[in-house]
Design a protein around this ligand. Structure first.
Ligand SMILES: [Zn+2]
Length: 370
């Protein structure tokens, strides 16, 4: 049994009054974040505890801050604190001011249990009870399992509202299976497996990608900041949102299937990086997908007791003969789809050979580490 943290994401359907209240909390959280970031910039960054005390004072001075969910303000400080910690560690750049015009604006609220045993956050069927807001409906409900930790309320610049409910839940590992697999990620096909299965890129994305290119061109022709520009930008944002959702859904389906069917999975990560360097097109289309896919595989493998090996050393997966190990430089040429190994005379299809090599390399790495 492992404990996992997971988030359920739903589209909220707030009424007019609730929308106003959400906007207030979002705005107040942003204000607090920016206010203390400004202070840190003027002098130096203090600590969460010190700013937290100053926040209490600030709330006395600025009455309207009290209209916000109080956790939203504390969490804004916590986010700022994490931002600075990451900056000091050299992980990220200096924290930036948040703008109303960001694609998304959000606030986070925490769950707590009162002495009476009641809680400030509750989920029932397709409704959630949130501090300051009361009960709000959300769309396409799924059963929320596990212990609720916190809830993030997000407003997109397309005026949609979402919640992400973070929970902690216990998961049972899946029953063990025998199958093992190597995955070759690609541009033409999303993935080619060592068992011969190919997973195509979802066609629907192609359609939207063309649309995005068209909307981008139209945006570029408009005067920056003008009404038409804002409209075009919003339209573009909606399409991006749609593509992101379809893509994530696809990645979840593929990764879940792979985890269910295989005990051992090997995937090459270095090639992903190289391809990104080589092709601008690849960057626009697939970068998010590949790294997200590997991220999903990684945590699902951990949850369900599967073995995942990520091959991140340089490894000529396409050029090696999976039978005898001979390296055929001629295969570097991408147009070579089929080749005969000069040494052992085995005939290889380019893609399956690569995924078989990835599987073999993965097994080698596993053997050397266990
Ligand atoms: Zn060979």
């Amino acid at each position: 049994m492992t404990v996992r943290e997971k988030a359920y994401r739903f589209r909220l359907c707030p009424n007019k009054e609730q929308r106003i209240l959400i906007n207030k909390s979002v705005g107040c959280a942003r204000y607090v974040y920016n206010h203390f970031l400004g202070k840190a910039k003027e002098n130096e960054y203090l600590t969460y505890t010190k700013y937290s005390k100053q926040l209490t004072q600030l709330k006395k001075e600025l009455e309207w801050l009290k209209e916000s969910d109080k956790f939203a303000l504390q969490n804004a400080l916590k986010d700022l604190d994490r931002g600075f910690k990451n900056f000091f560690k050299g992980k990220y750049g200096f924290p930036k001011f948040k703008s109303k015009r960001n694609r998304k604006n959000s606030y986070r609220t925490n769950k707590f249990t009162r002495k009476s045993g009641t809680t400030n956050i509750e989920v029932k069927d397709n409704k959630i009870k949130l501090p300051k807001l009361g009960w709000i409906k959300f769309r396409k409900p799924k059963k929320v399992k596990g212990k609720i930790l916190n809830v993030t309320v997000t407003k997109s610049n397309t005026d949609k509202y979402f919640i992400s409910i973070a929970v902690k839940e216990e998961v049972e590992e899946l029953p063990k299976v025998d199958k093992q697999i190597g995955i070759d990620l690609g541009l033409k096909e999303f993935a080619i497996m060592s068992d011969g299965e190919k997973i195509a890129n979802p066609r629907v994305l192609k359609k939207y990608e063309k649309k995005i290119a068209r909307l981008n061109r139209s945006l570029a022709r408009k005067e920056k900041g003008s009404n038409n520009w804002c409209k075009a930008k919003k339209k573009l944002g909606k399409v991006y949102e749609k593509v992101a959702n379809i893509r994530l859904d696809f990645l979840h389906k593929v990764s879940t299937k792979l985890i269910e069917e295989n005990q051992f999975i090997a995937v090459e990560t270095l090639k992903v990086k190289n391809m990104l360097k080589n092709s601008k097109l690849a960057k626009s289309i697939s970068d998010v997908s590949w790294s997200k896919f590997i991220e999903l595989l990684t945590y699902k493998a951990k949850w369900y007791g599967r073995n995942l090996v990520k091959i991140d050393t340089f490894f000529a997966s396409s050029q090696l003969c999976n039978n005898c190990g001979y390296k055929n430089e001629k295969v570097k040429d991408l147009s070579v789809r089929k080749w005969e190994c000069p040494k052992c005379k085995e005939v290889h299809g380019r893609d399956i050979n690569a995924s078989l090599n990835i599987l073999n390399e993965g097994l080698k790495i596993k053997a050397s580490t266990t």
